[in-house]
Design a protein around this ligand. Structure first.
Ligand code: C2E
Ligand code: MG
Ligand code: MG
Length: 714
């Protein structure tokens, strides 16, 4: 690139000097001017790297004029040139701003050109530096990050406008102050004392940053979440000259992070901790329990028949119920315990420090009671129950996974045992859980493979011995296991919903049997079938039953449906509607296992039952056990006043029978009269019409039962 030079002189004045430029390889662009005014004029449109002022003709005798000329040149270097003897005179010009003197004597011309070259280079470099400094300053003033520079003692020597706003300190008041005063940082206490990051960068001579969660305390005491990075400034000689800190406000990001973390760890519906947070809390609790040699408990809670509420009343109602249950659970435990929703209708409670294991039972009972109390959702009250499985650290498991797994296994057990209860984990349950899986797998194909059969147990008029009807009891003829009792598979069938096709098969088979007996001359044998509440909850249940009755040509009065007290839980209005339709169609309804559930008598009277079947646990030794005899006498009295027929289940000996007869029980069922029998055996008994009961006697002979071994169940 050509180097433009303006020379204020005549060509002749400086012939040798100029010749040197021409002889040089460099591309000098030389313009000559006679007067300083013409230079100034020219400079308005053009620029030069250097202006050489010849002293040959005694220009600028007046130094003041030179000064004015020099000022007009502003940022351009000016070199004086003349004969060697003028070097001294040049000093005065140099004092006024000129950058130096170049001799134009022939012998010095080479050196003079070198002087010009150096001057050009120096000024180019200088202007480059100047423009980068300006650029840096503009940038620092424009960016939104706060930037503060400090010297090696940590005192502020630079602060940009963003840092002024962030700290609340103006440039003038901040400059010279210690960094820790202007940029006062509050750290999370748990991290202990940490020096100011600028001090740290100065000490370590390396880049540092603030710990997470740092807060800047502004001059007015208000607080801003910040993030920063600090770098030491080290010059080309390797000397530390200060440090610069860059920081910015992260309040919005930090608030967002807090919100995101909350969302990631909590259930959107109930706001309870979710599976992720629960897992973390349990891990911490296990570690603490190990350290302090304490016990802790995990409770797995599942709502009974929740799916039905969701299916029949809609997800919005289901959601409201879950929220209400969540509140109940939270109310039932201490603030230091964790209640979490795992998903669906599953909740888990962590009781991290236990004084005594009995505390868990108190809480479990409180939860069961709270959940069954009824949930007021808008205008309706919903009734539901829950089952709870409980495991303990360290006796049941010492790690998080097994604690949860075992509580879940215990929950399963609580469900099988009839729901609405709590159950502690026992190692034998694991084997049971495996068995359940095997049974469920086989159960799926059992209907198609024709592996179910019905046995029938007669119901007897306790005063005459006349058979009043039979109860159909399903049995599963398993190819490997033999005859499997319903108590082993009904619960599993309910959980897997396989009870729906099984129940359908039972009703259809029972109706076909009634017709078959009719064809054999046994008219109007009343058959009772057991129905799970889950079956009842299908929307098409009533239509299905009526279709089967029509299909088999059976009078509805010949079919009795036995339901348990779970029908009074869950969705009572819906169940009431279903039972009323069945009743109106002419079927009779029995409440089975009466006395074992938590049903309210108030609801019982609203439902259209014809028969109450007293659970066999009350019949057992009813003549000897005063508690049982009081319950049975009360149920009999209540049945009488409600005009329900009362049937006693599981009568095994004549003393029990004696008591029942004495208290006016009309009907009964039990091994004393007959075990459940195969179709052939029961047909023989039905043809006979009665079992022998000595009139007025409390001690009777047990009838001979040739076929009872057929009902030996696995
Ligand atoms: P459940 O309806 O209360 O039936 C009475 C149970 O007591 C029957 O047991 C019967 O064999 C037994 N039992 C009768 N008399 C006596 C006695 O004197 N002493 C003793 N110890 N037991 C007696 P099973 O057949 O094992 O049935 C158990 C339960 O399984 C039934 O109780 C019923 O809840 C359920 N179940 C049976 N068949 C069906 C079915 O087809 N569908 C549904 N959903 N459940 C069924
Ligand atoms: Mg029954
Ligand atoms: Mg029963």
């Amino acid at each position: 690139m050509a180097i433009p030079i303006f020379i204020l002189c005549g060509v002749r004045e400086n012939a040798t000097f100029i010749k040197q430029f021409a002889a040089n390889d460099e591309d000098w662009l030389i313009t000559f001017f006679q007067t300083s005014a013409s230079v100034i004029r020219h400079l308005k449109k053009h620029s030069a790297d250097v202006i050489i002022v010849s002293m040959a003709r005694g220009r600028f005798k007046d130094l003041a004029r030179f000064s004015r000329f020099y000022d007009a040149m502003s940022h351009m270097p000016v070199l004086m040139s003349g004969a060697e003897h003028q070097r001294c005179a040049a000093e005065a010009f140099i004092a006024c701003g000129a950058q130096g003197f170049g001799s134009c004597d022939a012998k010095d011309s080479l050196a003079s050109v070198q002087i010009v070259r150096d001057l050009v280079l120096r000024f180019r470099l200088h202007s480059q530096l100047k423009s980068s400094a300006v650029r840096a300053e503009v940038t620092l003033n424009a960016i939104s990050d706060g930037v503060i520079g400090a010297d090696t003692d940590g005192n502020i020597d630079f602060i940009n406008p963003a840092a002024e706003v962030l700290t609340g300190w103006s440039k003038s008041s901040a400059t010279g102050q210690p960094i820790g005063k202007v940029m006062s940082i509050d750290l999370d206490d748990s991290l202990g004392y940490e020096p100011h990051p600028v001090q740290m960068a100065l000490q370590k001579r390396s880049t540092t940053g603030l710990s997470a969660g740092a807060v800047l305390v502004k001059r007015d005491g208000s607080r801003v979440d910040i993030e920063d990075s600090v770098a030491p400034i080290i010059d080309y000689r390797g000397n530390l000259t200060g440090a610069v800190v860059v920081f910015h406000d992260v309040s919005v990001e930090r608030a967002m992070k807090v919100k995101m973390t909350y969302l990631a760890e909590h259930d959107y519906l109930t706001q309870l901790p979710n599976r992720v947070l629960f897992q973390d809390r349990l891990e911490q609790a296990v570690r603490a329990a190990r350290r302090h040699r304490q016990r802790l408990a995990v409770m797995f809670i599942d709502l009974d028949n929740f799916k039905h509420i969701n299916d029949s009343l809609g997800h919005a109602v289901g959601d409201q119920l879950l929220v209400s249950v969540a509140k109940t659970l939270t109310r039932s435990v201490r603030a230091s315990d964790t209640v979490s929703r795992q998903g669906g209708d599953e909740f888990v409670v962590l009781l991290p420090t236990l004084q005594v294991d009995e505390d868990v039972e108190v809480i479990a009972r409180k939860i069961l009671q709270g959940v069954t109390e009824g949930h007021q959702l808008n205008e309706r009250t919903l009734y539901i129950s829950a089952s709870i499985g409980i495991s303990f650290y360290p006796s049941d498991a010492t790690n998080v996974e097994d604690l949860i797994k075992h509580a879940d296994t215990a929950l399963y057990d609580a469900k099988i045992k009839g729901r609405n209860r709590y159950q502690f984990f026992m190692p034998a349950m694991n084997a049971k859980a495996v068995e359940r899986q095997l049974i469920e797998a086989d159960l799926r194909s059992a209907i198609d493979l024709g592996q179910f059969i019905l046995h029938y147990q007669p119901k007897v008029d306790l005063s005459s011995g006349r058979i009043t009807g039979v109860e159909a009891l399903v049995r599963w003829c398993h190819p490997r296991e033999g005859m499997i009792s319903p108590s082993r598979f009904i619960g599993i069938a309910e959980d897997s919903k396989l009870i729906i096709p099984i129940g359908d098969w039972v009703v259809r088979t029972a109706c076909q049997q009634i017709r078959k007996w009719g064809e054999q001359g046994l008219d109007n044998v009343c058959v009772a079938v057991n129905v799970s509440t889950i079956e009842l909850l299908q929307t098409c249940y009533v239509d299905n039953i009526l279709a089967i009755l029509k299909e088999t040509g059976i009078a509805p009065g010949a079919l009795q449906l036995e339901l348990t007290e779970t029908v009074l839980m869950s969705d009572l209005p819906f169940n009431f509607q279903v039972l009323s339709r069945l009743k109106a169609a002419g079927l009779s309804l029995a409440l089975d296992d009466f006395g074992t559930g938590a049903s309210s008598l108030a609801y019982l009277t609203q439902l259209p039952f014809d028969v109450l079947k007293i659970d066999q646990s009350f019949i057992r030794h009813v003549n000897l056990r005063t508690d049982n005899s009081a319950v049975v006498a009360a149920i009999l009295a209540m049945g009488k006043s409600l005009q329900h027929c009362v049937v006693a289940e599981g009568i095994e000996d004549s003393l029990e029978l004696g008591f029942l007869r004495q208290h006016g029980c009309q009907e009964g069922q039990g091994y004393l009269f007959s075990r459940p029998l195969s179709e052939t055996q029961v047909t023989t008994l039905l043809l006979a019409g009665s079992v022998g009961i000595p009139a007025g006697s409390s001690a009777i002979d047990r009838p001979r039962q040739s076929g009872t071994q057929h009902d030996r169940l696995a």
